[in-house]
Design a protein around this ligand. Structure first.
Ligand code: ME8
Length: 569
């Protein structure tokens, strides 16, 4: 069944209903559009991914976040085609102790490490057809201006004070931890070392004079925000989790570090002895991209959707909205949260060294194939284990056999010798079920069009049931029905192709081109399913199909021997 897990993330946004036809036409998606409060052509929507640390090369977890954002963004562009209406940013997070230490370990200047790894992220995203409109690096001058301005606003509003901050700090996670979140584990020398309970990363005791943000003042405003907008954080369990966290006391937050300890960052305005905390620096990237502090940013804020992994929920759902409220702005419109890719049950992470290289996956499975796999298989609510066999099995059965096979069946010369989108015959397939007569050929099951169109396999079942390869174009009795069977199946393929555009853009393009659907006929507004069934004209009927483009998606399992060999080396 063609179920894309992305659709589950979208929940009630409407895309999940995309394959379900009512009144045999695709309905306009009536619920709240992604990232915008209404669907007007000039309504703006701004999508963001996290900005990724440059301490190590990208892995498939990073690509997954970027793909989710990309699919949401491409879907939004299908609904609202105006190029000026949608913005999509991604980028790299280049400051902080973690990067400073990684550069020292690699024997590089921090700026060199940042240039190298940021370029790898940019190349990966280009190769994976991530259609971002902006890429931000936090080492850019425009970002320093934005962060220092934001700091100035918080200061002017009396929300920063200087005080002694004492507690555990985890450089790997770049966060402060209360005692209750710290445990002891044997270190390399066998001695017990303090580590973060959640991530397992080492922590160290820190005691310094810092600037502190009055986070504690924001507990109630945050609760009001989340209770007033139950869809602010989706899926719901994450919304609920944040409200649970807010039941507990919210301590003030240290937002700077001594420059002698952390020099790789943005200095506190007017106090060079302190460097701004990397999370405050990083979160402001979402404003820098849209021109903050210039007033232009107001046309994109707060119609913003942040796509993030669950590991950084607290930063985006508590710190960031509190900082924004403190600076006199609204929280983001939506926070879409996803879970993690694991390997043998363990979170894929650079520090564990169990990462899967996304570029070799794109090479091996093709860009569309790997995009489809990650978006189809990943689920927002729970972690998903990665292994190569799973990719091969899924792509072979769903893209190569079910979808590719269906296209082949309806367009192959043997069954469709005229190479057209054949006519639909209302006598063979009357709009009313149960009619009998010598020319009525449709069966009771064929009236379950919702089901037919909701699933590629069921469309294949429809074709299989009527075996067009056994019907004869030369027979006046068979010909109209043969055309009708192909017409219905091609209509289903057209719907699948249109809806797959955000997920597998090249494959969808190949499919729609083969069906003869022009570039202006691929929007959601054009998506009327089987109008002939309801007595309306169908623009495709009688039209020549597009030219042959070969297999839609080649089976992978022939290359499995190669795959296993590649794995062993
Ligand atoms: O946290 N599965 O950067 P980061 C799925 N710079 N997604 C994963 C993943 C996995 N195993 N591992 C990582 C940072 N991700 C900060 C963010 S934003 C203002 C600053 C994805 O390089 C997921 O989106 O550690 C996660 O939240 C993000 O990468 C963390 O990337």
């Amino acid at each position: 069944m063609l179920r894309i897990s992305l659709l589950r993330l979208l929940g009630r946004t409407g895309l999940s209903r995309g394959l379900c036809l009512r009144d045999s036409r695709l309905r306009h998606y009536s619920s709240c559009p992604l990232g915008a409060r209404d669907d007007a052509q000039d309504a703006r929507a701004y999508f963001t991914t996290p900005i990724f640390y440059v301490n190590a090369a990208p892995h498939i977890g990073h690509l997954y976040s970027a793909l989710l954002a990309d699919a949401l963004c491409r879907y939004r562009r299908l609904r609202v085609p105006s190029a000026a209406a949608t913005r999509f940013s991604t980028g790299t997070d280049e400051h902080g102790l973690k990067i400073q230490q990684a550069a020292a370990t690699a024997g590089l200047a921090p700026a060199e490490l940042c240039d190298q790894v940021s370029a790898q992220f940019q190349q990966l995203f280009r190769e994976a057809s991530i259609s971002s409109t902006d890429f931000i690096r936090t080492t850019e001058a425009r970002h320093r201006v934005a962060v220092q301005h934001f700091w100035g606003v918080l200061k002017a509003r009396g929300l920063l004070y200087k005080g002694l901050y004492e507690g555990w700090y985890c450089a790997s996670d770049e966060c402060f931890l209360p005692e209750a979140k710290v445990t002891r584990q044997p270190g390399p020398s066998g001695d017990l070392c303090p580590v973060s309970l959640e991530s397992g990363h080492p922590v160290s005791w820190t005691k310094e004079e810092n600037y502190i943000f009055r986070l504690s003042q924001f507990r109630e405003p945050l609760q009001r925000w989340l209770r007033g907008d139950p869809r602010a954080i989706t899926p719901e369990p994450f919304h609920h989790a944040v409200l649970q966290w807010l039941e507990e006391e919210l301590p003030d937050l240290s937002v700077s570090r001594r420059s002698s300890h952390l020099h790789w960052g943005i200095p506190v305005p007017g106090d060079d002895s302190q460097t701004i905390y990397v999370w405050l620096d990083a979160l402001v990237n979402y404003l820098t991209v849209i021109g903050y502090p210039n007033a232009e940013f107001k046309s994109w804020w707060p119609t913003t959707s942040h796509i993030i992994g669950k590991d950084i929920l607290k930063f985006h759902a508590i710190y960031w909205p509190a900082l924004l409220l403190g600076a006199g702005m609204s929280p983001p419109h939506r926070i879409y949260v996803h879970s993690h890719w694991t390997v043998c049950g363990q979170k894929m992470s650079k520090s564990l060294g169990n990462v899967v290289d996304p570029r070799s996956c794109l090479d091996r499975y093709t860009v569309d194939g790997f995009r489809y796999f990650l978006l189809r298989q990943g689920v927002p609510h729970w972690d998903c284990d990665y292994y190569d066999e799973k990719v091969v099995k899924l792509l072979d059965s769903e893209l190569a056999d079910a979808l590719g096979g269906l296209l082949n069946r309806c367009t192959a010369k043997r069954i469709n010798p005229s190479g057209t989108y054949p006519a639909f015959c209302t006598t063979c397939f009357p709009s009313e079920p149960g009619l009998v007569g010598p020319s009525v050929r449709a069966q009771a099951e064929d009236y379950a069009l919702e089901a037919v169109s909701s699933c590629v396999r069921q469309t294949n079942g429809f074709v299989q049931r009527h075996a067009p390869w056994k019907l004869n174009w030369q027979s006046p009795v068979d010909a109209p029905w043969l055309g009708t069977v192909l017409h219905v199946a091609l209509e289903c393929l057209r719907v699948f192709g249109t809806l797959l555009q955000p997920v597998t853009p090249s494959l969808a393009d190949k499919l729609l081109s083969r069906l003869g659907v022009s570039a202006t006929e691929r929007g959601l507004g054009e998506l009327y399913f089987l109008p002939r069934f309801h007595g309306h004209p169908c623009p495709f009927e009688g039209r020549r199909l597009g030219s042959e483009t070969g297999l839609l998606f080649p089976r992978l399992d022939q290359s499995r021997a190669w795959l296993l060999k590649a794995h062993r080396t």
